[in-house]
Design a protein around this ligand. Structure first.
Ligand code: SF4
Ligand SMILES: [Zn+2]
Ligand SMILES: [Zn+2]
Length: 329
């Protein structure tokens, strides 16, 4: 993964292709643009606004729950949604929601940044924890799982449990839609992972313009990714230029587990050196393929989980309940 350390290293002397000023500029290799920090900021904000509008992500009266970890992506998203909401007279106040998995020396610190940011901008902020909702922290799960035969990576458990807590937390807070800070690099990585694992049903399921499915919407709120057209390093630059006070460390489990996701990310980063537009190609591929597949793949019938009633695929219990039961034995 690109080591992003000092944001000033991204600047070089030159002429801004937008305002024509001779100053320090950022060279956007994927488009050829060379932008001063003001034009760069404006361009990122325009991309976010256009993404929301093009993909009809929001209705003016939606109650938006913003998932905030305290990192650069989620705070950049919140920063922009605040600006967008200021211009919308029908807007419901934003609510920020953090999930505390219970990762020592990491999540408490990042949530502190989220909470301070929200306080500064007068945004209502809630934090739900694994401990309080499931009875166990991710650190405890990590210790327990090492003793079981059925070994899975900590991230596998975390993703399933956190996804459910965000969804249920947002429903509890009266939300209509959940806004998440997934950026272009995350989307490209997930798409490539789904291709590698032959998960065409997931790609089809992620099609943006599928009709409302009352059966599914009963359980899961709509999720939107307004940063999906911005590469990770540009969010890093935007957050620094705009002095967004984010938490910069990475989750320790991501480094510990030799997950394939990390290798896929390395691969994308390597390809970017030669083809700077590669992530955009992956995003466009995902948008096209999800549309084609959605028209062809028959919706899979699903069971209802015997414990919580949520969709559970072919199983009697959903993944979430299977894990919760396993760790509360
Ligand atoms: S890196 Fe893995 S364990 Fe850490 S927050 Fe993400 S999914 Fe959870
Ligand atoms: Zn400029
Ligand atoms: Zn269940």
């Amino acid at each position: 993964m690109t080591k992003i350390t000092d944001f000033q290293l991204f600047f070089q002397k030159g002429t801004c292709t937008s305002c024509k000023k001779d100053t320090f500029i950022i060279h956007r290799k994927h488009s050829g643009d060379k932008l001063c920090s003001t034009c760069f900021t404006r361009s990122i904000e325009k991309i976010i606004y256009k993404t929301i509008s093009k993909y009809k992500m929001l209705n003016p009266s939606d109650k938006i729950i913003v998932g905030v970890s305290g990192g650069k992506d989620s705070l950049t998203l919140l920063h922009n949604l605040i600006k967008i909401q200021e211009k919308n007279y029908q807007a419901e106040p934003l609510i920020a929601l953090s999930i505390n998995e219970g990762i020592n020396n990491y999540r408490n610190n990042s949530i502190k940044n989220a909470s301070e940011f929200c306080k500064k901008h007068k945004i209502e902020h809630h934090a739900f924890s694994f401990k309080e909702k499931i009875g166990i922290t991710l650190d405890e799960i990590n210790k327990t799982k090492k003793k079981t035969d059925n070994f899975r990576y900590t991230c596998n458990y975390c993703a399933v449990l956190r996804r459910r807590l965000i969804n249920d937390g947002a429903k509890e807070l009266g939300g209509d839609v959940i806004a998440l800070g997934h950026n272009l690099t995350d989307i490209a990585e997930t798409y490539l992972m789904n291709l590698l694992f032959n998960r065409f049903h997931l790609i089809s399921n992620q099609y943006f313009f599928k009709p409302e499915q009352a059966e599914i919407n009963k359980y899961f709120l709509k999720k939107i990714n307004p940063l999906m057209k911005i590469p990770e390093e540009e969010i890093f630059l935007y957050a620094n230029i705009n002095q967004i006070d984010y938490y910069a460390s990475h989750c320790p489990f991501r480094e510990q587990d030799p997950i394939l996701r990390k290798r896929v990310l390395h691969f994308i980063e390597e390809c970017k050196q030669f083809s700077p537009e590669i992530e955009f190609n992956l995003l466009n591929g995902f948008l096209k393929l999800s549309k084609i597949l959605y028209g062809q793949v028959k919706p899979r019938k699903f069971n209802s989980c015997e414990q919580c009633g949520y969709p559970s695929g072919n199983n009697t219990l959903c993944n979430y309940c299977q894990y919760v039961n396993k760790f509360n034995q």
